[in-house]
Write a protein that binds this ligand. Structure first.
Ligand SMILES: Nc1nc2c(c(=O)[nH]1)N[C@@H](CN(C=O)c1ccc(C(=O)N[C@@H](CCC(=O)O)C(=O)O)cc1)CN2
Ligand SMILES: [Mg+2]
Length: 289
């Protein structure tokens, strides 16, 4: 590899800062008699999903949030999944929870997301909360987009007026991130690209900020990147050579800022999941007076 010019956006160091803040807030909540609890629903035994869920509960232990795990067999029916969601909706120890995605094919993912109590939606992916985001109303924000914005701000990457090119149209990143970047608090201009975009290179070359979240290994190459641009590698694929991001290694020789994968946005996805849980607990505390 040639000369790395990019400033690396360090997701782990930034995550640790967020955890320090959360620890203080969780402790203040406990002083008021409220212990935040994060629930996870994991269906099946996909090793990647299992690792992510494990990571979320390890994070909970670090900041003092109670863990509530519901692990279900891969061949579960929709009725059984619904019953688990109903139980967590009613469970007073559960401040917020997530259904780990993707779920096995026989299950309806959108029906599961829709069944979650929007107030307990720690992922910010319930249709009501995505709708609130469109309307500019307060809502739990999707964790990866929130992590992306936080990382850019932390490293003082200019966002106001920037041209952001997003590659990928998935529900956890690609679709919601444009809504955040175009708020009046960000004022960026967003182009949303996907696998059917006619000339991806031409679109990406115009970007001040590139969000690569397509799940295609090495999709964004150095020749597609404007010198000095910020490139955030969010996509991840499990290949024979291990985990690979969407951004080719030589992009580090052209970009001004680079968020690697692993070690970039991923840790912040988890940090903002916990932040959403703590924020909900703080709202509950405030409502109790
Ligand atoms: N209900 C949800 N499902 C999924 C989400 C989500 O936000 N909510 N996002 C992804 C998976 N994901 C969290 O669930 C996630 C992926 C990766 C990381 C992370 O920290 N990655 C590390 C590397 C970890 C590794 O080595 O495997 C990194 O980037 O440094 C956190 C969360 C799909 N499903
Ligand atoms: Mg399905």
């Amino acid at each position: 590899m040639g000369h790395v010019t990019a400033t690396i956006l360090d997701g782990k160091a930034t995550r640790d800062e967020i955890f320090e803040d959360l620890k203080v807030r969780v402790s203040a909540l406990k002083d008021k008699g409220i212990t935040p609890g994060l629930g996870t629903v994991l269906v099946g035994d996909d090793p990647g999903s299992a690792a992510y869920v494990r990571g979320k509960h390890n994070d909970c232990a670090k900041v003092g949030i109670t863990s509530i795990r519901r692990d279900l067999p891969a061949d579960i029916t929709q009725e059984k999944l619904d019953a688990t969601i109903d139980e967590l909706n009613a469970n007073p120890d559960c401040t917020g929870y997530i259904v780990q995605l993707p779920v096995p094919k026989q299950l309806d993912e959108n029906a599961a997301l829709e069944r979650i109590d929007p107030d307990k939606d720690a992922d910010g992916l319930h249709p009501v909360n995505l709708g609130r985001l469109v309307l500019g109303k307060e809502a739990p924000l999707p964790c990866t987009p929130r992590g992306i914005l936080h990382l850019l701000r932390r490293y003082e990457v200019p966002i106001e007026g920037a041209h952001v090119v997003v590659v990928g149209r998935g529900v956890t990143v690609g679709r919601p991130i444009g809504l955040l970047f175009t708020r009046r608090s960000e004022n960026a201009t967003v182009t949303l690209c996907h696998t059917r975009t006619r000339d991806l290179g031409a679109e990406v070359r115009r970007a001040d900020i590139v969000i690569a979240a397509a799940g295609v290994p090495g999709l964004v190459t150095a020749d597609m990147v404007k010198p000095g641009a910020a490139v955030l590698d969010v996509g991840v694929s499990r290949t024979e050579d291990g985990l690979r991001g969407d951004v080719a290694a030589d992009v580090a020789e052209v970009a001004g800022f680079l968020s690697p994968n692993p070690g970039g946005v991923g840790p912040l996805t988890r940090a903002f999941l916990l932040t959403n849980v703590v924020e909900r607990a703080e709202r509950v505390a405030a409502s109790l007076g």
